[in-house]
Design a protein around this ligand. Structure first.
Ligand SMILES: Cc1cc2nc3c(=O)[nH]c(=O)nc-3n(C[C@H](O)[C@H](O)[C@H](O)COP(=O)(O)OP(=O)(O)OC[C@H]3O[C@@H](n4cnc5c(N)ncnc54)[C@H](O)[C@@H]3O)c2cc1C
Length: 288
């Protein structure tokens, strides 16, 4: 469990970091909390010659509210998210999710940017960001661009990040006040990745569902935004028939691997169970 040798770089600005990544090419990677990257290097699954540490770049830290969105710097840790009044007030599903990631030690070091840029389908934040219709702000040597979380994930560990680009921030449109939300995660033990998980954000008016958004974690090669399942809830009272239909549609887009967390059929059914619970809890919160 000892990584191969590598050079360590510690830039102070985004410009310096993207300059280094462009210069060093494919043998270099950004380093954030290191809680996904370093284990891969120790297992010799990610042989890298250069690490470009983002921790000294102040521009990547902090949480702001601007134009109806929360803009969360990539180097914001899961613990920072849990401590943020802005996140608590505007987007509590992010805190509910952060609290279910690993354990306090990991949460003090692991970052939001690392979690969403990693491309591991087992990471929890990507599905939640798809549910919230968040965008990722990316900067490379050639300039900056914004990519929706729903378009970012291309396969397991393959994302829209181009070589030399870093993710600088996550922009989350603030859901309407009074929205209901829930992140339900089945895991084998405290601190584990999800066997299956579901994120739901919805709004209710006069007993009718006015908007709904559903995403699933770790039941496919990428996080899954469940567009059809979301749509069937809208206009319903979230009665059993509508929820059954949404669960069935969501289960239909899953394609989990059979692995140590269980056979594929079980994980698909557990995604359905997590979704049913998340809809119920989001409904209660939207009307409670
Ligand atoms: C014991 C343990 C349990 C865990 N359990 C969970 C869990 O339940 N759920 C969960 O979601 N995660 C879990 N994790 C992973 C943890 O949350 C990681 O911290 C997270 O996946 C990656 O964040 P990081 O800041 O550590 O990124 P790093 O490990 O530093 O980086 C991960 C990848 O993203 C790239 N990267 C990082 N930041 C950027 C950026 N700003 N721009 C471009 N690329 C970037 C890196 O180059 C690397 O390829 C666990 C980790 C451990 C050690």
């Amino acid at each position: 469990m000892i990584p191969g040798s590598f050079s360590y770089h510690s830039p102070a600005t985004v410009e310096e970091a993207v300059g280094l990544l462009a210069e060093l090419g494919d043998d270099a990677r950004p380093l954030a909390g290191g809680h996904s990257l370093l284990p891969m290097m120790k297992l010799r699954l990610a042989p890298l010659e250069h690490l470009v540490d983002l921790r000294k770049i102040d521009a990547l830290k902090g949480i702001e509210e601007a134009d109806g969105a929360l803009v969360i710097g990539a180097m914001t840790t899961q613990a920072d998210l849990l401590a943020s009044g802005l996140v608590a007030g505007h987007c509590p599903i992010i805190q509910e999710t952060a609290a279910l990631i690993a354990d306090p030690q990991v949460r003090y070091v692991g970052t939001l940017g690392g979690n969403v840029a990693n491309g591991d389908p087992a990471n929890d934040m990507p599905g939640v960001m798809q549910c919230l219709d968040a965008s990722y702000l990316l900067t490379g040597k050639g300039g900056s661009r914004e990519v929706k979380a729903r378009d970012f994930y291309e396969g397991a560990f393959f994302t829209a990040l181009q070589e030399g680009e870093i993710l600088t921030a996550v922009k989350v449109p603030v859901p309407p006040a009074g929205h209901g939300y829930a992140y339900e995660k089945l895991k084998r033990k405290i601190g584990d990745y999800a066997t299956a998980a579901a994120a739901v954000v919805l709004t209710m008016a006069g007993g009718t569902c006015k908007s709904a958004s559903i995403a699933l974690t770790n039941v496919g090669e990428t996080p899954l935004y469940a567009a059809e399942a979301s749509a069937v809830l809208v206009g319903s009272s979230l009665n059993k028939a509508a929820v059954d239909q949404a669960v069935s549609l969501a289960e239909g887009i899953t394609a989990p691997a059979s692995d140590g967390r269980g056979p594929a059929e079980y994980r698909t059914k557990m995604a359905g169970v997590m979704l049913r619970r998340a809809i119920q809890r989001a409904h209660e919160r939207a009307t409670g």
